[in-house]
Design a protein around this ligand. Structure first.
Ligand code: ZN
Ligand code: ZN
Length: 314
């Protein structure tokens, strides 16, 4: 059913654009080929949706589990060797059992409700391409609508008429409210559409940036949460250790200083307020192999490489 949402949002938006704005193409600033290019852009988006939604995310089965275990070694920090209690097979590092799909998915990123599919080892590439492509479509649509409006202003000599008829001075501040009023009255559909596309582009842009960052650092969404928990836990543990060490040190020093003259109030204040030195927590992601190789791993998953079928678990 996930495709119903997708078709509804894209289909309705594109239909409204065709119905209300194609009459301005070609226009003063927009050439005619955008009519055809927009169809291609939407079709590519639909193909990426189908690929993400209906492709295998990288299901771990009894047949391929040993290869997966060998391809993704355990880091023994956020992934330790364990059996999946549902699938009754070893769960490779980076994999997770999805309760919705009821299977273990290699290099599990997240279960996408919109796509009604898991995003994993084999389809992260389609998912990221989907995000980037739809971000670009939204920017493209908003820009073309902007050029349509600019062309209308130019062709209908709106600026000229406003300045001449109403005697407004030809400055941005003087003209802006009148031009905006004219556009809202005559082209409210195009304004609404471009605002809608701009908001979508902002949202998608945020997702794109986040997932590109994850790809470049060879981290999954699932792992980024695991790392967050781990870092917080380690930080607390290190702080506790440092506090214990500081307490012990202060007790030792007060024992040895008990026989000497009492320290001045100032000195006591500084000794007490000295922060115990806490060991910094480092994130050691063993799957990070440099930006370029990380990107290659998303584009050509390990399980689709020749080396994968030769692997055997030891
Ligand atoms: Zn499982
Ligand atoms: Zn799933």
């Amino acid at each position: 059913m996930s495709w119903v949402f997708y078709v509804a949002i894209i289909g309705v938006t594109y239909f409204i654009i065709v119905q209300t704005s194609f009459e301005y193409i070609p226009g003063y600033y927009v050439s005619g080929w955008h009519r055809y290019f927009s169809i291609v852009a939407v079709a590519v988006g639909a193909i990426l949706f189908v690929l993400t939604s209906f492709s295998d995310p990288g299901t771990v089965t009894a047949e391929n589990v040993s290869q997966y275990v060998s391809a993704y070694p355990y880091d023994n920090i956020i992934f330790v060797e364990k059996e999946c209690s549902t699938c009754k097979i070893t769960r490779p590092a980076r994999a997770k059992h999805c309760r919705i799909c009821d299977k273990c998915v290699a290099r599990f990123d997240h279960h996408c409700g919109w796509m009604n599919n898991c995003i994993g080892e084999k389809n992260t590439r389609y998912f990221v391409a989907f995000l980037v492509w739809h971000f670009l479509i939204c920017v493209y649509g908003a820009v073309i609508l902007g050029f349509i409006l600019a062309g209308e202003l130019k062709e209908r000599k709106v600026i000229y008429i406003l300045t001449a008829y109403y005697g407004i001075d030809n400055s941005f501040l003087g003209l802006f409210p009148h031009v905006a009023q004219w556009l809202l009255a005559v082209h409210n559909t195009q304004i609404l559409l471009s605002v809608f596309l701009a908001i979508l582009a902002l949202l998608l842009g945020g997702f794109c940036a986040y997932h590109t960052h994850l790809c470049l650092t060879n981290t999954t969404t699932n792992e980024s949460f695991k790392w967050q928990d781990y870092m917080m836990w380690m930080k607390k543990e290190n702080e506790a250790k440092a506090n214990a060490a500081a307490l012990k040190a202060s007790m030792d020093s007060s024992n040895s200083e008990a026989h000497k003259a009492p320290p001045s109030k100032w000195k006591a204040f500084f000794v007490r307020s000295r922060r115990p030195s806490v060991e910094p927590v480092v994130k050691n992601n063993i799957y990070d192999r440099g930006m370029i190789r990380n990107m290659c791993e998303v584009i050509v998953p390990l399980s689709e490489r020749k080396s994968f079928s030769c692997r055997k678990s030891d």
